[in-house]
Design a protein around this ligand. Sequence first.
Ligand SMILES: Nc1ncnc2c1ncn2[C@@H]1O[C@H](COP(=O)(O)OP(=O)(O)OP(=O)(O)O)[C@@H](O)[C@H]1O
Ligand SMILES: Nc1ccn([C@@H]2O[C@H](COP(=O)(O)O)[C@@H](O)[C@H]2O)c(=O)n1
Ligand SMILES: [Mg+2]
Length: 191
Amino acid sequence: MYKVVFVLGPPGSGKGTICAQIQENLGYVHLSAGDLLRAEREREGSQFGALIENHIRNGSIVPVEITCSLLEIAMIAREDANGFLIDGFPRNEDNLAGWKRQMGEKVNEQFVLFLSCPVDVCIDRCLHRGQGRTDDNVDSLKKRVDTYNQSTFPIIEHFEKLGMVREVNSERPVNEVYADVVKVFAAANQQ
Ligand SMILES: Nc1ncnc2c1ncn2[C@@H]1O[C@H](COP(=O)(O)OP(=O)(O)OP(=O)(O)O)[C@@H](O)[C@H]1O
Ligand SMILES: Nc1ccn([C@@H]2O[C@H](COP(=O)(O)O)[C@@H](O)[C@H]2O)c(=O)n1
Ligand SMILES: [Mg+2]
């Protein structure tokens, strides 16, 4: 069984930043669904490149069959991992249902790390991220925030009802956010 922590929060809430630090210090392997989709978009011969770019620019969600397969392939490649941080997934009902179908019997879902941060702060961070992402512009960000509010936040609420959500306020400096995140992992791994 793969041990899995889902990491969710608005665009720019710091998911990638915090996951990189957990990977470095706690031995979990960081798998960002967005990064895997961007890599697939760039892969020569991919039949999904245009579809993925269209979704990314529009802030909409790629069909789960594509995303979940990329995640599973990446997990199989790192079967030695202590656990996986699945960053930016599941993002909507389709993601959740497809994950349960494909991975439900193969994973142990530890908890959901929810990085909460006001949307105006998140947008400002994305606009200054400087990574040249095709969706870090005002138009795409409006759509990404709409998708987050309409489709992703209800998934967080779903996990909340199951008692699985650990919320950390990520509006604060990275070192403060990370210190609280480490406490969440310590508590979960003591059980
Ligand atoms: N706590 C923080 N305080 C200030 N800036 C931060 C903080 N966390 C992350 N950042 C910066 O904000 C930007 C977005 O962070 P990051 O890429 O980690 O967010 P994300 O949640 O993965 O975003 P996305 O959902 O768009 O992939 C980066 O430039 C990062 O350096
Ligand atoms: N489960 C997912 C995750 C991401 N996407 C698409 O990628 C975009 C960027 O995601 P980030 O997490 O890197 O911000 C996102 O806006 C979606 O278009 C997806 O479809 N499904
Ligand atoms: Mg990210």
